[in-house]
Design a protein around this ligand. Structure first.
Ligand SMILES: C[S@@+](CC[C@H](N)C(=O)[O-])C[C@H]1O[C@@H](n2cnc3c(N)ncnc32)[C@H](O)[C@@H]1O
Ligand code: SF4
Ligand code: SF4
Length: 408
C-alpha cells in the first residue's frame, strides 16, 4: 500500500518517491482498497504492507483509520497483519507505541555504516541520516517492536566486501537482515545488453552473497537471520518459501498506488503492462480474471518452461520474475535456461552437511501453493496453531506470502 509517495530523503537509487500534489492516498481510496482486499471471500489471510514514499510522513491518523477500516471489513475468522517499511528517520515514541499496540512488523532501511548510508541515503536537504536511523532503531527496540533491516547492495557495498557488511551487522547487533540488489529504472522496450545503472546483476549479487554466507556460517549465530539464505535453506529442506522461490507470483501480490491503481508487486513501476485496474471501480476477482494479468501469466509460463530443465528448478521455481525482467534486458550473463540463482544455491548446498545434491528426489513433497491476491499473511507458527477456517492451503499461502511482504 503506497499511502504516500512523498519522501523526506533523496536516496541515490530510488525511483519510488515523488513530489508535488496528489501523492497521498485519500480516505476514499484507502477505504475502497481495504474493503476490496478484505471482502474477497477467497482471502482468508491478508497482510497490508505499508510502503512509500516515506510511510511516516503520513499522520498517524491515516493508519488509525486503516485499523478502523480493517476492523470494519474483517470477515469472521479472517486474519490480518500489518507491516510497514520506513527510513526510520522520523520515528518517535508515539510511532513506536502505535506499532507495538497494533502488532506492526517494521522494516527499517539502512544501507550500512555512515560512510555508505549518508552517501546513498541523504535527506532532502543533503544532510546525513545515519544517526537518525540508529536512534529510530533503538526506539523500536526500547518499545519491543519487531523489526528487520533492509539493505540495498550497490557497487560500494560489493567493493567493501562481505566481511565488512557482516562486521557492521555484528557491531550494530542486527538480528534480521534482508539484502536488495540495487535495481535500475524499468525500461520496458529495452533489448538484451542495453546498458543500465545502477544494477547489481544476479551473478554479482550471487558471488557477494556466497562470501557472506560463508562468513555467517563461520560466525555460527543462528539468531542472526539473513532472508536470502533463509529462502534457499528452506527451499532445500522443502519447508517454507518466500514469493521469490514460489514460481508464478502473478495474481498473488499487488501494489496499490495513492490514486487506487493496482499493479503487480512493487517492482514494475514504469511499465504499464503490469498495471491492471483501479480499486475505486475494480475488485480483485475482476483484476485477476482480466486480460492483462492473464497475458502476463502466459508470458511467465513460457519463461518458466524455458527454465524447467535446470536441475535446480524445483528449488528456485524460476525465481523472481522481475529479476528475469531486468537480466533479459541488461545482464550479459543472462541465459534463457537459468533464473540466475543457481550459483548461490550450489554454494549454499555445498556448505550444508549431509544435504541432498538435488531436490528432484523430493519433488513430490514440494507442493507449490497457489496464493491469493493481496493475501500476504501471517507467519507459520500462528497459523499452525490456528483452527477453524484455516486450511492446509492457507498455511501454504502464509509460507509463500509472509516473506513476500518484506521482499521489496
Ligand atoms: C521505496 S522504499 C519505501 C519505504 C521507505 N521510504 C524506506 O526507505 O524504507 C522501500 C525499499 O526500497 C528500497 N529501494 C529503493 N530504491 C531501490 C532500488 N533502486 N533498488 C533496490 N532497492 C531500492 C529502499 O532502500 C527501501 O529499503
Ligand atoms: S527513503 Fe525510501 S522512498 Fe524515500 S528516497 Fe529513500 S528509498 Fe526512496
Ligand atoms: S518480489 Fe515481486 S515480482 Fe519478485 S517474486 Fe516477489 S512478488 Fe514476484
Amino acid at each position: 500500500m503506497k499511502g504516500t509517495r512523498l519522501c523526506n530523503l533523496r536516496c541515490a537509487y530510488c525511483h519510488d518517491w515523488e513530489s508535488g500534489a496528489d501523492q497521498t492516498m485519500s480516505f476514499e481510496v484507502l477505504a475502497h482498497s481495504i474493503a476490496a482486499a478484505m471482502q474477497d471471500d477467497t482471502h482468508n489471510v491478508v497482510t497490508f504492507a505499508w510502503h512509500g514514499g516515506e510511510t511516516t510522513l503520513l499522520p498517524m491518523d491515516f493508519y488509525r483509520r486503516a485499523m478502523a477500516l480493517q476492523s470494519r471489513f474483517r470477515r469472521p475468522g479472517q486474519r490480518v497483519q500489518n507491516r510497514l517499511q520506513t527510513n526510520a528517520t522520523r520515528l518517535t515514541t508515539e510511532w513506536a507505541e502505535f506499532f507495538r499496540r497494533n502488532a506492526f512488523r517494521i522494516g527499517v532501511s539502512l544501507d550500512g555504516p555512515s560512510e555508505v548510508q549518508d552517501n546513498y541515503r541523504p535527506d532532502a536537504a543533503g544532510r546525513p541520516t545515519f544517526d537518525r536511523v540508529l536512534a529510530g532503531m533503538r526506539l523500536l527496540e526500547e518499545y519491543q517492536v519487531s523489526y528487520g533491516v533492509l539493505m540495498v547492495v550497490d557497487n560500494t557495498t560489493i567493493l567493501r566486501g562481505a566481511d565488512a557488511l557482516f562486521d557492521f551487522v555484528l557491531e550494530l547487533g542486527l538480528k534480521h537482515l534482508g539484502l536488495l540488489a540495487v535495481t535500475p529504472d524499468n525500461q520496458p522496450e529495452a533489448t538484451w545488453l542495453t546498458p543500465t545503472v545502477p544494477y547489481t546483476s544476479p551473478s554479482t549479487m550471487g558471488a557477494f552473497l556466497s562470501d557472506l554466507y560463508d562468513r555467517w556460517l563461520e560466525h555460527g549465530d543462528q539468531t542472526i537471520t539473513i532472508r536470502e539464505f533463509t529462502d534457499i535453506e528452506q527451499a532445500l529442506s522443502n519447508r517454507r518459501r518466500g514469493c521469490k522461490m514460489a514460481g508464478d507470483c502473478l495474481g498473488d501480490f499487488f501494489i496499490v498506488d495513492p490514486n487506487g491503481d493496482v499493479s503487480h508487486c512493487d517492482l514494475f513501476r514504469g511499465d504499464s503492462n503490469y498495471t491492471f485496474g483501479n480499486l475505486l471501480h475494480d475488485d480483485f476477482a475482476t483484476i485477476r480474471a482480466g486480460a492483462k494479468l492473464q497475458g502476463l501469466r502466459r508470458q511467465r509460463a513460457s519463461e518458466i518452461a524455458a527454465m524447467a530443465a535446470c536441475p535446480d528448478f524445483d528449488l528456485c521455481q524460476g525465481w523472481c520474475p522481475h529479476e528475469r525482467y531486468l537480466s533479459s534486458r541488461h545482464d550479459p550473463s543472462f541465459s534463457e535456461g537459468c533464473c540466475g540463482l543457481r550459483t548461490l544455491i550450489d554454494h549454499i548446498r555445498s556448505r550444508r552437511v549431509g544435504a541432498p545434491t538435488t531436490n528432484r528426489d523430493t519433488r513430490e513433497q514440494a507442493q507449490r501453493p497457489t496464493v491469493l491476491a493481496t493475501s500476504v499473511p501471517l507467519p507459520m507458527p500462528k497459523l499452525g496453531r490456528s483452527a477453524g477456517p484455516f486450511t492446509h492451503r492457507d498455511q501454504q499461502l502464509a509460507k509463500k506470502a509472509d516473506m513476500a511482504a518484506a521482499n521489496t
